[in-house]
Design a protein around this ligand. Structure first.
Ligand SMILES: NC(=O)c1ccc[n+]([C@@H]2O[C@H](COP(=O)([O-])OP(=O)(O)OC[C@H]3O[C@@H](n4cnc5c(N)ncnc54)[C@H](O)[C@@H]3O)[C@@H](O)[C@H]2O)c1
Length: 376
């Protein structure tokens, strides 16, 4: 049996598990990845070999009764997130799950409640709140750098699917040629920046309005390998009101020119302003710029080393750098046994409820009060 403090089983051993989850966990000397599971045995075996993981399963359920496993890490495609998370929580495991836990905020909330009743911790794959620049900005906000916040702008944009021939997974529940646009970019790509908005603004959201567009009508669908009508949201814009004067905008799109991950988060307040950019450009993956009311020209700041994993730098590949921080933070929260649990399923439910409110606003073409949307 492992002598490490925390033993993790990774379920879903595809591309993202290989680029972010497994290497992130293995960077933490307190952690051992003891098993990988994938319904595709070849994928599971390949990941186990690459990362030196001893145990390989094709059915995640084989892992749930093992008392030597502390954490189930769900990195499968979206359709399996809820089922696996729920079963793992019922078995008393801590759970890290890729977003979304469930497309309906009410179900995500139920899973958060199950975790609380079991006394276990949860975490969502909100990769970008663990970027060193974003963590540094959050501390500056808490220390009063921006003063009273007035405006938050968040966007995620990249050109991953600007070429219609790039295969895209069909959105769940989508009618490919339906008359109504189906949620896509805002759920898959907007969620992380919505998370940062809630985290930085720190006030209850009260109402939203916005719209979306389908810019690329026909594209390659991954499952069929053919060009099909895909009436999906591949670009969207939203305005958010909070219970104080602060207001926010959110934009997401995966058909907008620019590199990964394509996040920019800005906050402007009574005393100062912060601009964080997470875009892999010219060999680095993040920058933070600050200005104050007395020195209004934005100046790039060095990100203190304490926000990086051991030996980490902005020149690392962003999935590895940001995910190392994410899983390190989760390991801290579990091992400490305290009450701290940031970016958990309860936060996931707030983010999902925001997306559900956006969707309603776009469909009904009106302001939607947050209270109208279930999942609180
Ligand atoms: N947080 C982020 O920044 C970020 C970035 C990329 C991907 N993701 C998310 O990560 C997840 C995985 O993405 P990916 O690109 O690696 O996909 P992928 O298709 O490459 O890998 C998913 C793997 O899960 C396996 N799988 C499916 N159902 C399973 C089940 N019931 N039990 C065990 N294995 C199962 C599949 O066989 C596949 O190998 C997705 O939810 C995606 O949205 C998040």
């Amino acid at each position: 049996m492992s002598t490490k403090e925390l033993r993790v089983a990774v379920v879903g051993a595809g591309r993202w598990a290989e680029r972010a989850h497994i290497p992130g966990w293995q960077r933490d000397p307190r952690v051992e990845v003891v098993a990988v599971a994938d319904t595709d045995p070849e994928v599971a075996r390949r990941a186990a070999k690459e990362f030196g993981v001893a145990r390989v399963e094709t059915n995640y359920r084989a892992l749930l009764d093992d008392p030597a496993i502390d954490v189930i890490d769900v990195a499968t495609g979206n359709e399996a997130h809820f089922e696996i998370s729920w079963a793992a929580l019922e078995a008393g495991k801590h759970v890290l799950c890729e977003k979304p836990v469930h497309r309906d905020a009410r179900q995500t909330k139920r899973a958060a409640e199950l975790a609380a009743s079991k006394g276990v911790k949860t975490k969502l794959g909100f990769t970008f709140r663990y970027a060193p620049a974003v963590m540094y900005a959050k501390d500056l906000i808490d220390q009063g750098f921006v003063g009273e916040p007035y405006v938050f702008n968040g966007y995620e944009q990249n050109s991953q699917w600007i070429d219609p021939a790039t295969p895209l997974r069909q959105a769940e529940g989508a009618e490919p040629d339906g008359a109504e646009v189906t949620v896509s970019s805002i759920e898959g790509y907007g969620a992380p920046v919505i998370d940062i908005m809630h985290w930085w603004v720190g006030r209850p959201l009260t109402s939203v309005v916005g719209t979306w567009r389908n810019f690329v009508p026909v594209r390659m669908v991954r499952s069929s390998g053919t060009m099909q009508r895909m009436n999906i949201d591949d670009g969207d814009m939203w305005i958010c009101e909070f219970d104080t004067n602060v207001m926010a905008s959110i934009q997401s799109s995966y058909v907008t020119v620019g590199n990964y991950p394509g996040i920019e988060a800005r906050i402007y307040g009574s005393e100062g302003a912060l601009i964080v950019r997470l875009v892999e450009e010219f060999g680095i993956c993040q920058t933070i710029k600050t200005a104050t009311k007395d020195a209004v020209e934005f100046v790039e700041q060095e990100i203190p080393q304490r926000y990086f994993p051991e030996g980490g730098a902005s020149t690392e590949a962003w999935p590895f750098l940001f995910y190392s921080n994410l899983v390190h933070n989760f390991a801290d929260e579990i091992i400490s046994g305290g009450t701290e649990n940031q970016g958990d399923f309860a936060q996931g439910a707030i983010v999902q409820r925001t997306i559900n409110a956006f969707e309603r606003s776009a469909r009904e073409r009106r302001w939607v009060a947050f209270d109208e949307v279930e999942g609180a």
